[in-house]
Design a protein around this ligand. Structure first.
Ligand code: ADP
Ligand code: MG
Length: 398
């Protein structure tokens, strides 16, 4: 689960991470009032959306204008900028061409920036250790730095048995060229971030940029905080930070039915049991020349209700031009699945081609149910056959 920058900063502050003074604003009036409470003389007006690249992004209705992070010299100027930002769509490298509507702003004190650095902490899947990643190339996209200048990426892995120690901070500080007071503030900063990461069960905390101010302080200028969904049940207090407006409505609906659904941008909706089979189904659709509209694992215990819910979610995606159902009946019998598919297809008044591939227990019975349903369901014998048939059916329907 992702949260907004201002929410992340509020949380991090509670763990001792240094952030600037700032306030959230929902209207231009609130933005102006928020600025009057900050010390100035420079104010920063920051679009709050769940995507990065806001500074370099542009508003859809003003592509040659200023970006999603703006400096202002007075509360009146903050208000003027807020008027051009709230309710407008911001397009950044991370939002995709459709952009995201800005509904709230963060009004923050201006900062005298001497250096922009990069710092993040996440679980390194290769080692299983919580690992800090740092770089002198702050403010840039870290993926780009890693691709062009891998030598500029510093790492410090924390062994869970011994935990964090001063050594980790000093190692990174040295790599970043920080000395004296800056190095010691950085060490405290790293320790505070680590504490927050563990306590909140985060997936990632990314501070880009982490700045060294003219006075030598180390401050988080941006904050991306993302929680591990599997641990959210341990943090009911974080649920109120969720912004459903930022989440895909199809994914929200899927979560209600405990369906593992991820929206993608292709045209073939997929309904599969088992994550591995779902991945191969997506691959084979690609192999036959089209792209999956989603990843969906209905799980081993797909009931009729869940199959119907899954169908509805798939069909609520306007990009879907055909559906491929690929089920391996192991614990679940193929005839049960076939009944679920038939009843779901009737319920939702299916309007796009549907190819079903069943294999496993009671497969013959399952195929018979599909054939006798009177619905235009195309049966397939294997994965390749299924992919070929759905691609062909979609092309013919178009
Ligand atoms: P994004 O990563 O989405 O573009 P950031 O919060 O990193 O958004 O802001 C983009 C840039 O704007 C920063 O790299 C920094 O140069 C500048 N900036 C952000 N906040 C402030 C601030 N409070 N004072 C001065 N400059 C800022
Ligand atoms: Mg940033």
């Amino acid at each position: 689960m992702n949260i907004h920058e201002y929410q992340g900063k509020e949380l991090l502050k509670q763990y001792g991470v240094t952030v600037l003074d700032g306030r959230v604003a929902w209207t231009p009036e609130e933005a102006e009032a928020a600025a009057t409470k900050l010390s100035g003389p420079v104010y920063v007006v920051k679009s709050q959306i769940h995507a990065g690249g806001r500074g370099a992004g542009r508003f859809a209705d003003d592509p040659n204008g200023k970006g999603g992070v703006r400096l202002a010299r007075s509360p009146a100027e903050v208000r003027a900028n807020a008027e051009a930002m709230i309710g407008h769509t911001l397009v950044t490298k991370q939002t995709g061409p459709a952009g995201k509507a800005v509904r709230r702003l963060y009004i923050e004190a201006g900062c005298d920036i001497a250096r922009e650095l990069y710092l993040s902490v996440l679980v390194d899947r290769a080692t299983g250790f919580v690992t800090f990643v740092a770089s002198t190339e702050g403010g840039m996209e870290i993926e780009e730095v890693a691709a062009k200048h891998p030598e500029k990426i510093l790492r410090a892995a924390i062994d869970p048995a011994s935990g964090i120690s001063g050594f980790h901070g000093r190692k990174l500080a040295a790599g970043l060229g920080l000395t004296g007071k800056q190095a010691s503030s950085f060490g405290k900063f790293v320790a505070a971030i680590y504490k927050a990461f563990l306590a909140l069960d985060c997936a990632i905390i990314e501070i880009n940029p982490l700045v060294v101010t003219g006075a030598g302080d180390v401050v988080a200028l941006d904050a991306k905080v993302s929680f591990d969904d599997n641990a959210l049940f341990r943090h009911p207090e974080l649920e109120k930070l969720r912004d459903e407006g930022e989440e895909d409505p199809k994914e929200l609906e899927a979560a209600k039915f405990e369906l593992n659904y991820v929206a993608l941008d292709g045209n073939i909706g997929c309904m599969v049991n088992g994550a591995g089979l779902a991945m191969s189904t997506m691959d084979i659709i690609k192999l036959y020349g089209m792209a999956p509209a989603n990843f969906l694992d209905v799980g081993g215990s797909a009931t009729k209700e869940r199959v119907t819910a899954a169908f509805k979610i798939i069909l609520s995606d306007p990009n879907v031009e055909g559906i491929l159902v690929n089920i391996f009946g192991g614990i679940m019998r193929c005839d049960i699945i076939a009944e679920g598919v038939v009843s779901a297809a009737r319920d939702v008044q299916l309007s796009v081609p549907l190819v079903v591939r069943l294999a496993g227990t009671n497969v013959e019975l399952g195929k018979e149910i599909l054939a006798k349903s009177g619905l235009p369901i195309v049966a397939a014998d294997n994965l390749a056959d299924a992919a070929e048939k759905i691609v062909k059916a979609v092309r013919e329907a178009a």
